[in-house]
Design a protein around this ligand. Sequence first.
Ligand SMILES: [Zn+2]
Length: 289
Amino acid sequence: MPSPAGHLLAGVAIAWAAEAAASARGRRGGPPTDGAKPRQFTPLVLACAALALAPDLDILLATHRTVTHSLGAVLVTAVASGALARALGSPAIATGALCAATVASHIVLDWLGRDSNTPRGVMALWPLSTAYFYSGVDLFAEVSRRYWKPDEFILRNALSVAREVLFNRRPVAPPCLLIASGETTTKIEGEAGLGGPSQELALSFALEISELTGVCGLALDTDGTDGPTNIAGGIVDTLTVARAHEKGLDGHEYLKRHDSLSFLQALGDVVVTGNTGTNVCDLNLVYIA
Ligand SMILES: [Zn+2]
């Protein structure tokens, strides 16, 4: 599935293309441009960007790619935005068509993207049909919005980008270094061992990349203190799990017990910087050779 950024850019691109076409035609009746030059972030362009993302709000309803990713949603958008445009004194048909096109772009992009969750694809023809449609083209690597926790989100999407670079050499060819930052979290329930969110992210990453070659991941806190530890984070690669097996360590068990420090320390894979005195962010690096 395309990323939220991909959907958003599609919405902006459609709005700008419509504005450019309207100004090229130089006549009334095209999408309203508010007198602005093309490629500006007018309220209509921002609305299109939001609408291109909107179908994924269904995740809030614990469902995904059903009625919000359908012909019905496109038609509802067309009617509602057209009516709103008319109330605001803007061209109703052109605005309705433009807004409907941005929602349709989301459905088409999802249809073209890779989807490993069943039922695969989108319920594109609802209310006429509740069948799911899936192109199988896999044009876009899978990214995830199903994982709300920042660490899961970073992990899944970092993996998707790494696979895209490794197997398809895009958006850049290896060797390359991917840099991400944010605030990693973890939820502790019950007994917990030693560790912190960045160390858990490093351990999770190691478990996911063990089938690959030439990938190395580092996750650390820039203040040098990950969770309640004096460890900054962890550094892992595609051989981490194999090295752990040789020592009789099962990474999944350590992850379950929130005992990532013990696992990484046993392998010599912790990163120790000492207290850096500055807390910029949680830093995540992925090197692909
Ligand atoms: Zn979607």
